[in-house]
Design a protein around this ligand. Structure first.
Ligand SMILES: NC(=O)C1=CN([C@@H]2O[C@H](COP(=O)(O)OP(=O)(O)OC[C@H]3O[C@@H](n4cnc5c(N)ncnc54)[C@H](OP(=O)(O)O)[C@@H]3O)[C@@H](O)[C@H]2O)C=CC1
Ligand SMILES: O=C(O)[C@@H]1CCC=N1
Length: 269
C-alpha cells in the first residue's frame, strides 16, 4: 500500500470509495482528491484528512488515478488530463458505459486502463465491484484495482464485453431494491400499518432474505418455496406478482439499463 492514489471527481461513488479505502487502512497522506467546487474540496479535506489537488496535479503526482465523474463529464476531464498523464500511470475508470478504449485513444500510448463498475453499498463495505482490464492493463494493474475495490466489498473480474450487463445488474441493482422497499412500505400503509413500522418490517425482511441468499447456498426458488405454504398467504401474493408481469418488467428494466450503459459509451451521454 505504498502507492499514491488520486480520486478524480469525488462525488457519491468517489467518496464512498475514499472512505472505504481509509477504513481498509490506506493512509490519508497517500490519498489525493479532486473536486469541481472548492467547498466540496474543503469538505473532503475536513472529513477525511486527504489532500485536494487539481486534476493536473493528481495526474502528475499519483501512481493510480481513479476517475469517478459522471460519464457526461468524462470527455472534459480526460481532455484536461491527457497532457499530464505519463504512460506509466494506472487509470481506473468507475464510469458507467465508457469503454477502456475511450481512454486508450485519448491518453499517452500504452497507458494501462482498468474499468470498474462498483455500487453505493461501498459505503458499508458491501459493494459489488466488477473489474475489466484494457489492452495495456497487466495482472499487476488488475491486482491494484482488486486491492482498492476489495477494501469496500466483493470484486469480480469479467471480460469487458460483460460490463454493460454488470452495470445493469449490480451497478444499478441497489436502486431496484430500494424501489421495492418503497413500494412494499406503501402496501403496508394500505394494510393499515404506520409508515415507520411498515418500513421496519420490510427492511428486516429484506435483510433476512439477503443474508439467507448469501449464506445458505440455496437457490432462490427453494428459499421462496419454503415461504410459500399450500393454500397459504404467500401464493396469493405471488399470483398477483405474476398477473402484473413483475418478472417480465424486471427483465425489461435490466435490459433497458444495459442498453443505456451502451449508449453512454461515447462519453457524451
Ligand atoms: N451513483 C451510483 O450508484 C454509481 C455511479 N457509478 C458511476 O460513478 C460515477 C460518479 O457517479 P456519482 O458518484 O453518482 O456522481 P456524482 O455527481 O455524485 O460525482 C461526480 C463528481 O465529480 C465532480 N466533477 C465533475 N467534473 C469534474 C472535474 N472536471 N474535475 C473534478 N471533479 C469533477 C462533480 O462535481 P459537482 O459536485 O460540481 O457536480 C461530482 O462531485 C459515474 O460515472 C457513474 O456512472 C458507478 C456505480 C454506481
Ligand atoms: O445510474 C447510473 O447511471 C449509475 C451507474 C450505475 C448506477 N448508477
Amino acid at each position: 500500500m505504498t502507492q499514491k492514489v488520486a480520486v478524480l471527481g469525488t462525488g457519491k461513488i468517489g467518496e464512498a470509495l475514499l472512505s472505504g479505502m481509509i477504513r481498509a487502512g490506506w493512509s490519508p497522506a497517500d490519498l489525493l482528491v479532486t473536486a469541481r467546487r472548492p467547498e466540496r474540496a474543503d469538505t473532503l479535506r475536513e472529513r477525511y484528512g486527504v489532500t485536494p489537488v487539481t486534476n493536473a496535479e493528481a495526474a502528475k503526482t499519483a501512481d493510480t488515478l481513479i476517475l469517478t465523474v459522471k460519464p457526461q463529464d468524462m470527455g472534459a476531464l480526460v481532455e484536461e488530463l491527457a497532457p499530464h498523464v505519463p504512460a506509466d500511470r494506472l487509470v481506473i475508470s468507475g464510469a458507467a458505459g465508457i469503454p477502456t478504449a475511450y481512454f486508450e485513444e485519448r491518453l499517452a500510448a500504452g497507458t494501462p486502463v482498468v474499468r470498474v463498475m462498483t455500487n453505493t453499498p461501498a459505503l458499508v463495505d458491501e459493494a459489488m465491484s466488477v473489474i475489466s482490464g484494457g489492452t495495456h492493463a497487466n495482472p499487476a494493474h488488475l491486482a491494484i484495482a482488486q486491492e482498492i475495490f476489495g477494501g469496500v466489498g466483493k470484486t469480480l473480474r469479467v471480460p469487458e464485453s460483460q460490463q454493460d450487463a454488470a452495470t445493469a445488474l449490480s451497478g444499478s441493482g441497489p436502486a431496484y431494491f430500494y424501489f421495492l422497499v418503497e413500494a412494499m412500505t406503501d402496501a403496508g400503509i394500505l394494510l393499515g400499518l404506520p409508515r415507520s413500522q411498515a418500513h421496519d418490517l420490510i427492511v428486516q425482511a429484506a435483510i433476512g432474505a439477503a443474508v439467507m441468499l448469501r449464506d445458505s447456498g440455496e437457490h432462490p426458488v427453494k428459499l421462496r418455496e419454503a415461504v410459500t405454504s399450500p393454500a397459504g398467504t404467500t401464493i396469493n401474493a405471488i399470483r398477483e406478482l405474476e398477473n402484473h408481469g413483475v418478472r417480465a418488467a424486471l427483465i425489461a428494466a435490466l435490459e433497458a439499463a444495459r442498453d443505456r450503459s451502451r449508449e453512454l459509451a461515447s462519453g457524451k451521454g
